[in-house]
Ligand binder design. Sequence first.
Ligand SMILES: NC(=O)c1ccc[n+]([C@@H]2O[C@H](COP(=O)([O-])OP(=O)(O)OC[C@H]3O[C@@H](n4cnc5c(N)ncnc54)[C@H](OP(=O)(O)O)[C@@H]3O)[C@@H](O)[C@H]2O)c1
Length: 369
Amino acid sequence: MARALTNTSPPSVQRAIVQSRYGEAGDVLSFSASHPVTPPSPTQVQVRVHAASINPIDWQMIEGNRSLLVSRPFPFVPLFDLAGVVVAVGDAVTRFKVGDAVHADNKKDGGGASEFANVEQDLVSPKPESVSFAEAAAIPLAAQTALLALEKGGVGEGSRVCVVGASGGVGSFAVQIAKALGAAHVVGVCSGKNEWFVRSLGADATIDYTSTKPHEAIRDRSMHAVIDSVGGREQWVEAQKILKPGGKFVTISRDEDGKVTVGSALSMIWTILGRKLGSFVGDRIGYVPVFLDASHGLLDRVDEMVEAGKVEVHLGARYEFGLEGVVGAIEQGKMGRTVGKSVVELVPDEATGRTSASRVVSEGGAHGR
Ligand SMILES: NC(=O)c1ccc[n+]([C@@H]2O[C@H](COP(=O)([O-])OP(=O)(O)OC[C@H]3O[C@@H](n4cnc5c(N)ncnc54)[C@H](OP(=O)(O)O)[C@@H]3O)[C@@H](O)[C@H]2O)c1
């Protein structure tokens, strides 16, 4: 039985964007004005969603690219990253109460594209007070991944780090978190049009990947870690030319994008094993694939950096809730040109008097609303 505020109890139905089968977002998502609101389980909080953010995993899961590994129950409400206000809590919930402003990567259940989402309390953190709901929604998945990748890369005081894909969701957090962890020198690899943005995040240097390979700019093997958010064999090949002996290549992406099949999964395992074995010989360059398992512990640590002003949220495109907005946001994400983070707003921050403090990325390809 869930405990809820009697005067603000959620309704029995809600507005939601619902997925009915696997396929492209424009084909398989539809708007429902009467999607059921289910009560939270004993360990869940129910969140009135104010904003959700977009990640590549959203379109990948909608299209069924990972259906071999994780099957999705239909109907399903997409978007994992969300921020909002707790409106009900399960009986076993101890960390939150009705009225708390929170955010989370609702890693299994999604629900960001609906008015009310149930989230396991272990995934939820209090929303940092210094950010708006839209900004808070942009943090969980990308920033947790960035922190985890940097930790796996051993990044700390005095480190020299190269972030590949520095202008995207994970990369833009990785540049800032690397500096917050004490990195002495951070190089961001991005396209020329986004170099200004990556510099503004605190990168000490940038490399335009459209004209220059990392080893052509970093001429010695001086990097302790390369954090790769782009993927492809060439990132691994290139990293070995700029990493110190014993340095670490941390990747959150695969060599090949697309649907995971039995063949591609076996090939990926084979590739990972081969590269990992290679790290025991020669220059002992570590090959470290990272897969986020979201938790409030990681998110709390990112939030501390946000509250301390060491990490800022940079919103790219902002979309209004509705079928057009959600499909548009997911399709834009699929193009792989996102600068900062894109968000969908269900309750605009202006409506709650919480306008975004961060600037909207307006140069370099993203659109402010
Ligand atoms: N393993 C995990 O747990 C995990 C977690 C989160 C994300 N991921 C994966 O990580 C990847 C990145 O996620 P994201 O959220 O950061 O994506 P995103 O926000 O869509 O970022 C895309 C960025 O990559 C840049 N880019 C594209 N090609 C590049 C290249 N060759 N060199 C440098 N930059 C390049 C783009 O900039 P330009 O437009 O300037 O090219 C854009 O800013 C995705 O494949 C995602 O699925 C994995």
